[in-house]
Write a protein that binds this ligand. Structure first.
Ligand SMILES: [Fe+2]
Ligand SMILES: [Fe+2]
Length: 272
């Protein structure tokens, strides 16, 4: 099974990369599933239903979120009617939407997707480890699903590594999102779970983590907000992680994917 996870889509530039690249990569690599993090897709903050539908049209199977999940207030309602949209599972009970979902492809392969929010240097939600344990108890590899992807949306590298080890052997891939910077530590953990601390954003890297530079610089130097954060509009680098998954649901190969924009390119040698 071939899976591509693409990191935080930032604004119009990131959306253009999805529209251009996802159909092409699906065909070129024979992808079974494409999952993206969409928390910054609408002007850098949250996700609208129209944008979510555009992602599905481009061939995306499911969209995960993060700390910006509900920045667009319409997400509080449309998330209820979109089973392919997942917000962090460790929001308090009663939060609209779902923290995990199963998508099935045309070959009958079933993929469980779990989204979690870290607690270090972020608004502390419920325990992400306990939330993940609950989801992996309800659906385990080989019983209810063929593969499991966990998006740990977190600031702290330590928390992401700990969660990777916590899930090792029970997930096909634990992928970090949120920092908008790709880390170089993609690997397969001892129990067979593919892992990367952060997949990076899909946006313009001539920016401050996807945002046009002027306002972040003003705030860092003068400490007084003087405008809005706006997404940078230069060409995006699509940043993702490609994973070949065994019949048992564990990772056989993992590779970074970087296409377009300013970063050095990378594609999975095992599919090219
Ligand atoms: Fe993000
Ligand atoms: Fe985030």
């Amino acid at each position: 099974m071939r899976l591509l996870f693409i990191g935080d889509i930032v604004g119009r530039s990131g959306r253009a990369a999805v529209a251009q690249q996802v159909p092409r990569l699906r065909a070129r690599w024979g992808l079974d599933f494409v999952i993206i993090n969409g928390e910054n897709a609408a002007g850098g903050f949250g996700l609208t239903e129209a944008i979510f539908e555009e992602f599905l049209q481009a061939g995306v199977d499911a969209v995960t979120l993060g700390n910006h999940a509900f920045d667009q207030r319409e997400a509080l309602t449309f998330i209820e009617r979109q089973p392919r949209l997942v917000r962090p599972a460790n929001y308090p009970p009663g939060t609209p939407g779902r923290g995990a979902t199963i998508v099935e492809n045309s070959k009958g392969a079933r993929l469980l997707i779990v989204n979690l929010l870290g607690r270090i240097f972020m608004d502390a939600l419920d325990d992400p480890f306990a939330a993940l344990d609950r989801e992996l108890t309800a659906y385990s590899l080989g019983s209810g699903c063929h593969a499991v992807v966990v998006d740990i949306h977190a600031e702290a590298t330590s928390e992401k590594w700990a969660l990777g080890h916590f899930a090792d052997g029970r997930a096909s891939l634990v992928v970090g999102t949120h920092t908008h910077v790709p880390s170089a530590d993609h690997r397969i953990l001892p129990g067979g779970t593919g892992f990367v601390t952060d997949v990076g954003m899909t946006g313009d890297y001539d920016s401050v983590i996807g945002m046009e530079k002027d306002e972040p610089l003003r705030r860092f130097t003068r400490r007084i907000p003087s405008g809005r954060f706006e997404p940078a509009l230069g060409p995006a680098t699509l940043c993702g992680v490609a994973v070949e998954i065994s019949p048992r649901g564990l990772a056989k190969s993992i590779s970074p994917v970087r296409i377009g924009g300013l970063l050095n390119g990378a594609v999975p040698s095992f599919w090219e």
